[in-house]
Design a protein around this ligand. Structure first.
Ligand SMILES: CC(C)(COP(=O)(O)OP(=O)(O)OC[C@H]1O[C@@H](n2cnc3c(N)ncnc32)[C@H](O)[C@@H]1OP(=O)(O)O)[C@@H](O)C(=O)NCCC(=O)NCCS
Length: 181
């Protein structure tokens, strides 16, 4: 059965072809893609490609991408996932974005909590990495408020929109998640 992670504001579920229009609508926003590797403009073709890759990842267990589903409308309003899976060392990286209309309501915080619980308790990962491009202050704050620890900065590691940006690494260990709640 496909995983379905139930929250109070949103659920996390796998995305399907029918979700491409919503994904494209919310991802095609320069404020959303500003600190992501996601391309801008973000076309419907990009969304279809993402959906195809996400099915392949789930099948091979090489990644666990989920749509963030609004509880009332059932629309996909953002994406979150576990990527760069290292099975040997039980490591993965979390990545996420949310449509701008929904910012500031605690939705991503809930989505990250849901996926961490799934990562540590269901899949059995031990360490979850999160990398943030400077100065993505909201993400820094969000990760710290969830108990992620900053592990250092890769100076000017990313060339984005004509500028070199620092890449800040955060991680959470299983015992920290269990402790932090
Ligand atoms: C980063 C992002 C996912 C945050 O989503 P969100 O749903 O608005 O975040 P939340 O509402 O869960 O807020 C998380 C925390 O940040 C705070 N916060 C949210 N927006 C903020 C803002 N503009 N300024 C300061 N703090 C802010 C919230 O108060 C909350 O903290 P709290 O629980 O202590 O109150 C969203 O802004 C986004 O999609 N940005 C573009 C993509 C991106 O940068 N992804 C992350 C890459 S690492």
């Amino acid at each position: 059965m496909e995983p379905f992670l139930k929250g109070t504001k949103v659920n996390l579920r796998r995305v399907h072809r029918a979700d491409a229009i919503s994904i494209q609508k919310y991802a095609n926003d320069p404020e959303v893609t500003r600190f992501l590797f996601t391309p801008y403009p973000y076309t419907l073709e990009h969304a279809y490609e993402f959906i195809k890759i996400s099915h392949r990842m789930h099948r091979k267990k090489s990644g666990f991408p989920f749509g963030i589903e609004h509880k009332e409308t059932r629309e996909i309003i953002g994406l979150i996932g576990l990527y760069r899976v290292d099975t040997l060392h039980k490591n993965a990286e979390v990545g996420f974005w949310l449509g701008r209309d929904f910012w500031g309501q605690g939705i991503t915080k809930e989505a990250v909590r849901l996926i961490l619980k799934y990562a540590f308790e269901e899949i059995g990962f031990y360490r979850i990495l999160a990398r943030v491009m400077h100065p993505n202050k909201v993400s820094l704050y969000l990760l710290e408020s969830l108990g992620f620890k900053c592990e250092g900065t890769m100076r000017k590691a990313i060339f984005k929109d004509g500028r070199w940006l620092d890449f800040i690494w955060f991680a959470m260990l299983k015992e920290e998640f269990l402790e932090f709640g």
